[in-house]
Design a protein around this ligand. Structure first.
Ligand SMILES: [Zn+2]
Length: 469
């Protein structure tokens, strides 16, 4: 249970003690102490008003901007060109004057986007893998400080969602082919570096997401985990599979999602299949946690202590509640590769203030990525309406998995994994349905494949554009 200002867990979890002979209350080790002291602060800052939260961010941004303008060649030029005094107090107007940072600019900047003088106290750096759909990878770095905030957010999510860290955590996620395969998957004795640093957690088990649904079910029934984490697309397929066959997974208390957009349908299916809630979060390699689902409502709270998130329309104006716009991020503590108003390529809908009382800004939902938008001949892009699964099923039940790829401004290719051949007549019906849904006279072709490739981030995507990205 979470009360204002204090962290009170339903079940009291005592941290692991670093002093032999002392167990309760524990004297935690270095990493655990750092994380717990951050969590203590996060527990208070979540209840501040939006203005107070921005005031805290502005103080941190001032130090970040000053550091960036002094030690990062790219920002030396950027701040000068924008006419922004990087040492001055940061206001909303300061941000408006700083240009949006595009991925292409970041790639073109090369080494110039990194600091030439990282403060020693930020610890060692590590390379961050950014896996964009197109173009060169961006070479950027994180630090021990950014790592610490990442872990603190992991723990905050566990506390917000009242998870019993002594339980068993099952993950059905992307792994290299041949790794964590059924029937056994892979086994670990801790939930991970964040939880494991503080608590003696329960075990964690992993199954490769390329496993067939019957294998996933058999594995889950054998492992009997308390929590299951996976991609929404996989969970939806698994939930449908269980509903259709009346399969129960009685050990599950909560489903956790990462990586893809969660829709109302995803939540509905999970509840219908297993009678449990779905708890989602939204993160990026570049900034760690961006949002975590509210403990009480199906909306998301921005992790404002970690990152400044802006949602802006096409003209760069801040979106209000109910409006969908581009997501810009400014990680507050990355002094190795500062990102200022970086356009992530995701779209989100701004939400109204949350009834839970937390002052952390609200995102109602994320809508998807640029690469999942359909490019139209007039130069605009839209999120494609692919239609109802049932309409496709009415034509043929042979399609097990599919993916639409926009190859050019006029061409759409549909990849399909089928259990039996699709007839030319069925292809024609399908083509008509696709054109009706997309609303434009694309040239639609069909290709039959053995499997649908996952995205660079290991996600299953129903629609990918090679043009819109
Ligand atoms: Zn809330």
């Amino acid at each position: 249970m979470v009360e204002k200002g204090v962290m009170v867990e339903k079940r009291v979890s005592i941290p692991r003690s670093s002093v032999p002979g002392i167990v309760s209350p524990a004297i935690p080790g270095r990493m655990a102490s750092l994380l717990l002291s951050l969590l203590y602060q996060l527990d208070q800052t979540q209840w501040l008003t939006p203005e107070e939260i921005f005031a805290h961010q502005a103080k941190q941004l001032r130090l970040l901007f000053s550091h960036a303008a002094r030690t990062v060649p790219f920002y030396q030029r950027r701040f000068a060109e924008a006419g922004v005094d990087a040492d001055a107090e940061v206001t909303r107007e300061t941000l408006d004057r700083l240009p949006i940072l595009k991925r292409a600019e970041l790639q073109a900047a090369g080494k110039d986007i990194n600091t030439t003088a990282l403060p020693k106290s930020h610890g060692k750096t590590h390379q961050i893998e950014t896996s964009g759909s197109t173009g060169r990878a961006v070479r950027m770095y994180g630090t021990e400080v950014t790592n610490l905030f990442w872990r603190a957010c992991v723990m905050r999510e566990h506390f917000w969602q009242e998870r019993d860290l002594g339980g068993k955590l099952a993950a059905i996620r992307w792994s290299r082919k041949g790794v964590a395969m059924p029937p056994d998957g892979a086994h670990g004795d801790s939930w991970g570096p964040a939880s494991g640093a503080i608590y003696p957690t329960g075990p964690a088990v992993l199954l490769n997401v390329i496993s067939e649904l019957p294998d996933q079910v058999a594995w889950l029934r054998k492992e009997a985990p308390d929590y299951l984490i996976s991609f929404p697309s996989n969970l939806m397929a698994l939930a449908k599979h269980c509903i259709e066959r009346d399969i129960s997974l009685p050990s599950l208390k909560q489903v956790m999602t990462v990586g893809e957009t969660v829709t109302d349908q995803t939540r509905r299916l999970v509840r219908e299949a297993w009678g449990i809630p779905l708890k989602d979060s939204y993160s990026s390699e570049e900034a760690g946690y961006l949002t975590i689902q509210c403990p009480e409502y199906d909306v998301y709270h921005v992790q404002s202590e970690n990152v400044l998130v802006e949602v802006v329309d096409e003209s760069g104006r801040a979106c209000g509640p109910g409006e969908v716009g581009r997501v810009l991020i400014t990680p507050l503590h990355n002094f190795a590769t500062p990102l200022v108003r970086y356009e992530l390529g995701d779209y989100a809908e701004v939400g109204a203030p949350c009834a839970c009382g937390r002052g952390l800004p609200v995102i109602k939902r994320t809508v998807g990525r640029q690469r999942n938008r359909l490019a139209l001949p007039d130069g605009s892009t839209v999120f494609p309406y692919l239609g109802d699964h049932g309409d496709y099923k009415a034509i043929t039940k042979a399609v097990q998995r599919f993916q639409f790829i926009q190859r050019s401004i006029n061409e759409i290719e549909k990849l399909m994994v089928v259990s039996e051949p699709v007839t030319p007549e069925q292809e024609e019906q399908m083509r008509a349905l696709i054109l009706r849904n997309l609303g434009h006279p694309f040239n639609v072709t069909f290709t039959y494949v053995d499997e649908i490739p996952l995205s660079p981030r290991g996600k299953y995507e129903e629609f990918v554009s090679e043009v819109a990205g």
